[in-house]
Design a protein around this ligand. Structure first.
Ligand code: VGL
Ligand code: ZN
Length: 203
């Protein structure tokens, strides 16, 4: 069975959001149109407490973009984003959520970030997404969303590692590109691991 996995299509990741991804909003009509090809759809939601330690504002003397060690892991410091129960964490209003079977939140523990929809960055805790997909009989995961070089990439790699055949719908994802080649490198890394790249027109 095929599942469409929509990663973090939230206000803070589209233009005017706190961690805006260029053209992030452009994927929304593509994702909405893709939904008709799937009988099973799930979504992830970046869902941080305001005190989350991935926010530069929660560290004295640190700026956005700095890298620190956080509980033994390298952590890029981000602007305050996707704070629980705030508008920035809401799904983009134009995104069709009426077909979504289940939403998985991530990044809720202030001590560790969670790019992947499956596990935190230290693989210390699972969100439940992997077990859930297996229970409902998913064999193929089709990934769309934001951002290609962070949450999309780590979700795709974890999906593969859990044994799901994993597809990335390239034109239904957009990336941050902190460095100019980050998205291209992320795509190359996913491909090398075994993620199959598709265009929405091929689904
Ligand atoms: C994301 C950085 C921090 C993402 C989430 O959704 O790609 N990136 N939190
Ligand atoms: Zn985040």
């Amino acid at each position: 069975m095929k599942t469409l996995l929509m990663i973090d299509i939230q206000n803070d990741f589209v233009p005017d959001g706190a961690l805006a991804v260029r053209d992030g909003d452009k994927i929304v009509p593509i994702v909405n149109a893709l939904q008709s090809k799937f009988s099973h759809i799930v979504a992830t939601q970046d869902w941080h407490p305001r005190a989350h330690k991935s926010f530069a504002a929660n560290h004295v003397g640190e700026d956005v973009g700095n890298v620190i060690m956080l509980n033994g892991l390298m952590q890029i410091l981000w602007p305050v984003h996707c704070v629980q129960h705030h508008k920035g964490a809401d799904f983009v209003s134009e995104l069709n959520m009426s077909n979504v079977a289940k939403i998985f939140t991530k990044g809720t523990d202030i001590e560790i970030d969670s790019y992947s929809g499956f596990f935190d960055n230290g693989r210390r805790k699972a969100t439940g997404l992997g077990d859930y997909l297996a229970e409902v009989g998913t064999t193929e995961v089709y990934i769309v969303g934001l951002a290609t070089d962070y949450c999309v990439k780590y979700s795709a790699l974890d999906s593969l590692s859990l044994g799901f055949k994993t597809y990335l719908i390239e034109d239904a994802c957009k990336g941050v590109n902190l460095q100019v080649n980050d998205v291209a490198n992320a795509i190359a890394e996913m491909k090398a691991a075994g993620v199959v790249m598709l265009q929405s027109s091929e689904v």
